[in-house]
Design a binder for this molecule. Structure first.
Ligand SMILES: [Zn+2]
Length: 184
């Protein structure tokens, strides 16, 4: 239970309203690198990012926003095709059903006078779904993704764990009700 929340070495570039000192050179900057849920963050000049000389961080491996957009688009096309096929299969099924109905009616013959009316001509021809369905527009904010230099990340994580443990200890010392002894 006491395992601290692990953080991943995936930091997103964000902009803040207030400038703070850069982690590397202490010059004020509005660029911040933060983990997805902001468990950890550090200010940095944009110039240090992706700059191998300072080795603060390098672009994280993994799909870029462009890759994701492509995958999503492909998925949309695939789904549309699937839906198209399904619609066609259903059309065939309807045809079969009609055949069955017709033969059934012909068996019943003259007895059921209204049979002809039941065979409705207005059956919708199930149009193919538009290809563009379900493809989200690419207006989602794209945050550049970085991985901190290993030693920096280890230091950040150790620091974070220490802070979490301190916070938890404080929480425990002030919040716990007295557990009656001998409960077990
Ligand atoms: Zn700097």
């Amino acid at each position: 239970m006491a395992t601290p929340t692990p953080i991943q070495n995936i930091y997103y570039e964000r902009k803040t309203a207030t400038a703070r000192g850069c982690y590397i050179c202490h010059r004020p900057t509005q660029t911040v690198l933060a983990t997805l849920r902001s468990e950890d963050y550090l200010y940095t000049c944009p110039g240090h990012l992706g700059d191998s000389a300072t080795a603060l961080a390098s672009p994280a491996p993994g799909p870029t926003a462009e890759d994701i957009r492509k995958v999503v688009a492909e998925y949309g096309v695939r789904e549309a095709r699937k839906a198209e096929k399904k619609a066609e299969a259903e059309k065939d099924k309807d045809k079969d059903a009609d055949k069955d109905k017709k033969s059934a009616f012909s068996l019943g013959g003259i007895a059921s006078g209204g049979a002809e009316e039941v065979k409705d001509e207005s059956k919708p021809a199930s149009p193919a779904p538009p290809i563009t369905a379900n493809i989200p527009s690419s207006t989602a904010p794209t945050h550049n993704k970085y991985a901190l230099h290993r030693s920096i990340f280890e230091a950040r994580r150790a620091d974070l764990i220490r802070k979490q443990q301190a916070a938890r200890a404080k929480e425990v010392s002030k919040g716990l009700p007295q557990v009656p002894r001998g409960a077990f």
